[in-house]
Design a protein around this ligand. Structure first.
Ligand SMILES: Cc1ncc(COP(=O)(O)O)c(C=O)c1O
Length: 398
């Protein structure tokens, strides 16, 4: 018997929300450039040179030898208690009961969207902001309230106007933002929380790059300043390894409980095996030992790219060197449309992400995000040279 697909194809049967599940432009682009000799400044992938493979091998062995049956059994939805206690210890303002272990911060964002966004509910986000957050929120059909930013993060007047509309929440990346690399000053953090309190708005603080600080003092997290108003997302992706898919949300208890119910329906719990391995690794000091090295590693990458751009791009690109994280955000000073430039860049052998991808609406055409996390010194210098070739190419012009 022949089994035939639904008449008109199955896509006609998909729920309406699938129309809002667009593929990530970054992933499509990475696929196109993978395996070629295009140097990618596009993805935010941590450098595999920083992965301590030996420490994970030892941690996995210890996890199995010590309590292998527990590491291989189902576990509680909110996560392994010892891991939640470890997170709470490192997250000022949190207690273990107010922590949910998630499969990557990306799952945290998806669960928050599921729990907090009704169709047409206003949602305030920085413009630009993390594309993965826009993708996680979009299927729930929010009404975007984009908040304009400057070098210090969200602009106070724009923030005030957005919060006055009482959004379902405000999403913000205060430390070494993706895509802008900027860090919110202490005054702005306090003013943001003051405005959020006046308008009674929940704040989602996404902090994957917080520990990758090259310069400047450590500033308090929003969660630390207002634990009852802020859900804080942390992750091991940018510090230990993204393949672990190990992250957490710390926040008000009622919210954590709701997220836990959503997570139960989604995947029951984050891999008990991965949690056991990660716990062994961090208990043995893998993270604290690595952080100083990581900061040196990524700071050196930033310096090479900043210097190479100064030599190759001259005054064609305007940018502030980031003080941490993995991203440099630039503006083409002659107004070049960076989506058009990307075609010429890939021809010249370098990839980046056009800035327009990071805006929920109303994107300027002349911004671009360059990640310095992956290539080595020679690769970053060559990438900058290729970028200059792309700028000079007729294909980059209208
Ligand atoms: C701002 C931001 N949030 C969340 C994530 C996702 O992190 P995870 O690997 O923990 O899912 C990323 C990854 O690039 C990110 O840049």
């Amino acid at each position: 018997m022949t089994v035939r697909a639904g008449r008109g194809g199955w896509t006609a049967r998909f729920a309406a929300r699938t129309e809002r599940m667009r593929p990530s432009e970054i992933r499509t682009l990475l696929k196109r450039t993978a395996g070629s000799d295009v140097i990618s400044l596009a993805g935010g992938l941590p450098s595999p040179a920083t992965f301590d493979v030996g420490a994970f091998a030892a941690a996995a062995e210890r996890a199995l030898v010590r309590d292998g049956r527990r590491a291989l059994q189902y576990g509680p939805t909110d996560g392994r208690p010892e891991l939640r206690a470890w997170v709470a210890e490192r997250t000022p303002g949190a207690t273990p009961e107010r922590v949910l272990i998630t499969s990557g911060s990306q799952q945290g964002l998806a669960l928050l969207a599921q729990v907090l966004i009704d169709p047409e509910a206003p949602v305030a986000v920085a413009a630009p902001t993390y594309m993965g957050a826009l993708r996680a929120f979009d299927p729930y059909a929010p009404r975007w309230l984009p908040v304009a930013t400057d070098a210090d993060g969200m602009r106070p007047e724009a923030l005030e106007a957005a919060l006055a509309q009482r959004p379902a929440f405000l999403y913000v990346i205060p430390d070494f933002d993706n895509p802008t690399g900027s860090r919110m000053t202490l005054e702005r953090r306090e003013a943001l929380l003051d405005a959020a309190a006046r308008h009674d708005v929940l704040v989602i603080e996404d902090a994957p790059y917080r520990e990758l600080r090259f310069e400047g003092e450590e500033l308090p997290t929003l969660h630390e300043l207002a634990p009852e108003r802020v859900a804080h997302l942390g992750t091991l992706s940018k510090t230990l390894a993204p393949g672990l898919r190990l992250a957490w949300v710390a926040g008000p208890e009622a919210l954590i409980e709701a997220l836990q119910r959503a997570k139960q329906a989604s995947d029951l719990h984050t891999s008990t095996f991965v949690q056991a391995v990660a716990l062994e690794a961090v208990a043995e000091g893998a993270l604290d030992r690595r952080l100083p090295e990581l900061r040196v590693h990524y700071r050196a990458r930033r310096d090479v790219l900043v210097d190479a751009l100064a030599v190759e791009a001259g005054d064609r690109l305007a940018f502030e060197p980031p003080q941490g994280g993995m991203f440099l955000w630039a503006r083409a000073t002659d107004g070049t449309d960076t989506t058009r430039l990307l075609g010429a860049a890939v021809d010249a052998g370098v990839a980046f992400v056009p800035g327009a991808a990071f805006y929920p609406a109303g994107a300027p055409a002349d911004r671009l995000r360059l990640s310095y996390s992956l290539p080595d010194d020679a690769g970053l210098r060559e990438a900058a040279r290729r970028l200059r070739t792309a700028f000079d190419a007729p294909a980059a012009r209208p």
